[in-house]
Design a protein around this ligand. Structure first.
Ligand SMILES: Nc1nc2c(ncn2[C@@H]2O[C@H](COP(=O)(O)OP(=O)(O)O)[C@@H](O)[C@H]2O)c(=O)[nH]1
Ligand SMILES: [Mg+2]
Ligand SMILES: [Zn+2]
Length: 331
């Protein structure tokens, strides 16, 4: 099969990203700032406005200069105060070190979080683990070039030994890949210390299906969170916030954690067959051995990947998820 060409939609998405990039500036020091300008951190995006945190920790509701495009939690900006209390205008976007986005409506991409250094994939043990979802976020983390780990959540729901054996079987490929897996329950206060240690001094984002327990975990990690949110809405007059957009929180132990809205299905940035192969590290030992160098590992003779699956050296589920992603990229 030929190396995949980008669809019109993919090209549009990439060019949209490039446009966003051209307006990003790099502020090296406070001296680069002209009078009245200060740096700030985007806490959340409310659509037309964003909530930012000033250097002194105060929150301001800001409008955005049009050429900057959309902003997301974790963005570093330059902004100016308005006459009115707790409001301002964002004038510059500092260059993003990393950006996690997902496809939205009509080929537009939606930003999930910026400047993140770690992705926590929250997977509830019930109603069931979806390894496809895990694989998709692993690919996204690889594309961004940051580490990821799995948070196996709601472990309070499963006690029977047989269930655990089945769960371990599903998670075996990730254990083999040395992807850290932390077992948690915010109900039972289980695994929170481990989680806290992993998140220490990182800018992390929690991703996963809606209902996975992301927000509950964040509440458990930040004891006074509810009070803080209350204060925010009082200061800004924004009222209570729905989680349709990502929100950045500071961890009391150090580091930032971004809560993202749940998605039904996540799709990483479309990429070519050969790129996708690189992101599946369990394929690595076999990749160069397929008879055809553009082997899709489906029906081709002399395919070492399918042979590895037959010999239990690669999980069949992993190869399935690989194929489903490729298929989706083609559409
Ligand atoms: N059994 C159990 N349920 C939980 C746990 N954490 C959250 N939940 C429940 O799961 C549902 C979704 O939680 P939420 O934190 O809103 O998930 P989010 O959509 O990922 O943010 C809620 O009904 C929670 O009460 C847990 O550790 N154990
Ligand atoms: Mg939530
Ligand atoms: Zn092959």
């Amino acid at each position: 099969m030929a190396k995949r060409k980008l669809s019109a939609q993919q090209k549009r998405r990439i060019s949209e990203k490039r446009n966003v990039k051209t307006d990003q500036k790099n502020i090296e020091s406070e001296d680069d700032l002209t009078t009245g300008n200060q740096v700030g951190l985007v806490i959340t995006n409310f659509g037309k406005k964003v909530l930012i945190e000033a250097v002194d920790g105060t929150n301001y509701k800001c409008s955005i200069r049009q050429h900057l495009g959309k902003l997301t939690a974790g963005d570093q900006v330059v902004w100016q105060k308005d006459q009115e209390a707790f409001t301002g205008v964002i004038t510059q976007l500092q260059e993003r070190k990393t950006l996690l986005s997902r496809p939205g409506f009509r080929g537009q991409f939606r930003m999930v979080a910026a400047n993140i250094s770690l992705i926590g994939i929250v997977v509830p043990i019930l109603p069931g683990i979806h390894p496809d979802m895990i694989d998709r976020y692993l690919v996204a983390a690889e594309q961004i070039g940051i580490p990821s780990f799995i948070i196996l959540n709601k472990v309070d729901l499963v006690e029977e030994k047989e269930h655990w054996e089945a769960i371990e079987e599903i998670l075996k490929p990730y254990n083999d890949l040395k992807i850290p897996i932390i077992l948690t329950s915010s109900y039972k206060d289980h695994g929170l210390d481990d989680l806290q240690n992993t998140l220490f001094n990182q800018t992390s984002v929690f991703v996963g299906a809606s209902g996975a327990g992301k927000s509950s975990l964040i509440n458990a990690l930040i004891p006074d969170l509810k009070i803080r949110v209350g204060e925010l809405s009082e200061a800004t007059g924004l009222g209570s916030h729905t989680t349709s957009n990502s929100i950045l929180y500071h961890l009391p132990t150090g580091g930032d954690l971004i809560d993202s809205p749940g998605v039904r299905q996540f799709t990483p940035e479309p990429c070519s067959l050969s790129e996708l192969e690189q992101y599946y590290h369990d394929f690595e030992p076999f990749l160069d051995r397929c008879k055809f160098n553009n082997c899709t590992h489906t029906h081709e003779p002399g395919c070492e990947i399918t042979t590895a699956v037959e010999n239990d050296l690669i999980s069949a589920q992993r190869l399935h998820s690989f194929h489903r992603l490729l298929e989706e990229f083609e559409n």
